[in-house]
Design a protein around this ligand. Structure first.
Ligand SMILES: Cc1cc2nc3c(=O)[nH]c(=O)nc-3n(C[C@H](O)[C@H](O)[C@H](O)COP(=O)(O)OP(=O)(O)OC[C@H]3O[C@@H](n4cnc5c(N)ncnc54)[C@H](O)[C@@H]3O)c2cc1C
Length: 324
């Protein structure tokens, strides 16, 4: 087997970043004439495998065990290691999720194989290389692996577009994994998004992001009303979090979250590189800023030069009127 994509379960459905990893695998398989497969691991693996069987892939594997019914890094690492030992994939692809950051380094250390993490693209023109950002996204380094054996690769959110996934029809095969309770030394707490009030910004389709231009905490309801009218989630640039107006899990950027919604509103955000790296994968960017020279306009699909405190309430009103 050449490429194995490992799925992550997001409340019973395939995580969007796993779909993006499948697109990466389909691209590599296409360009280098390689075989690819998808693995569903742990709880609900049959439901996930059934969904994955509708994509263009060689086969879908499942690895189930009662010790995997709740996520724990020891069990997942041991199970995936056994699958890798049996199937010997050249590449194992993941979305760069919190869970992957938790358990995949264990496999890398145990197998003594490289883990190229948070990769933003892959190139096949001059041998295979994977690009990774460095120095606060000011540089992109192309990484290649010289040795033989399995390479673990996780992709940054929005590195690939999940809408480009190719359909197909694949058989499902179960891979036996042997685990015992002695192997499980850790217990995972509730997933991050649960701790963060049920909000997973990386999966949000519409995000209303506020920057320092919102002026003061008392103005936040203006953005929240727009979010409510349009069915979006609130996020922010760092100064808003530093001021304590929003909790840190809502920060977008190099020291916050990386998001790729269908629609991203940047309200009073200048467009500093540390913010932009976290949202540049958004499909449509609408910027409202009173400074026509603000760098965010270089990135925006739609730009409005003006005072957000005047424009946003009118926009919300118009959306609500159109809905009624
Ligand atoms: C190591 C490091 C990590 C960092 N990580 C992050 C990160 O993860 N995320 C992040 O966001 N930043 C991060 N930063 C900070 C980053 O460099 C910027 O300072 C920050 O993004 C600026 O936020 P802002 O655009 O909200 O504020 P500003 O740059 O102050 O911009 C405010 C904007 O609002 C506009 N404005 C003001 N009033 C109005 C109004 N009434 N109507 C419309 N527009 C208005 C102004 O014209 C201006 O463009 C990091 C910095 C460092 C050094």
């Amino acid at each position: 087997m050449d490429i194995l994509v490992v799925l992550e379960n997001n409340n019973g459905a395939i995580h969007r970043m796993s779909l993006e990893a499948i697109v990466a695998a389909q691209k590599l398989a296409d360009e280098q004439n390689l075989s690819n497969a998808i693995l569903a691991i742990g709880a609900d693996s049959n439901a996930l495998a059934n969904a994955a069987a509708h994509y263009d892939t060689g086969e879908v594997l499942t690895a189930e065990h009662n010790l995997l019914s709740v996520y724990n890094s020891d069990g997942y690492a041991a199970a995936l290691r056994q699958v890798i030992d049996q199937e010997k994939p050249s590449y194992v692809f993941f979305g760069h999720t919190y869970m992957v950051r938790d358990y995949v380094p264990k496999i890398s250390a145990q197998l003594q194989r490289p883990f190229l993490c948070d990769v933003i693209s892959l190139k096949t023109n001059d041998g295979l290389s994977f690009a990774k950002q460095a120095f606060n996204a000011k540089l992109a380094a192309d990484l290649g692996v010289a040795s033989e054996g399995t390479i673990l690769v996780s992709f940054q959110s929005a590195a690939f577009n999940a809408d480009l996934i190719s359909s197909g029809s694949a058989e499902i095969r179960e891979v036996a994994v042997e685990l015992d309770e002695g192997m499980i030394k850790t217990t995972a707490e509730e997933p991050f998004q649960e701790e963060a009030g049920g909000v997973d910004l990386t999966a949000a389709e519409i995000i209303i992001s506020v920057g320092r231009g919102i002026g003061k905490e008392e103005n936040l309801p203006i953005a929240e009303a727009l979010a409510q009218a349009i069915g979006g989630e609130i996020s922010s640039s760092r100064p808003v979090v530093d001021s304590g107006w929003l909790p840190s899990f809502r920060q977008i950027g190099s020291s916050g979250q990386t998001v790729s919604p269908k629609l991203y509103f940047a309200l009073g955000i200048s467009g500093a590189i540390q913010h932009v790296v976290g949202m540049k994968g958004s499909k449509n960017i609408v910027a409202i800023n009173k400074d026509a020279e603000a760098p965010i306009f270089e990135l925006a699909d739609y730009g409005v030069v003006g005072d957000l405190l005047e424009i946003v309430p009118k926009l919300t009103e118009a959306i609500l009127a159109a809905k009624n």
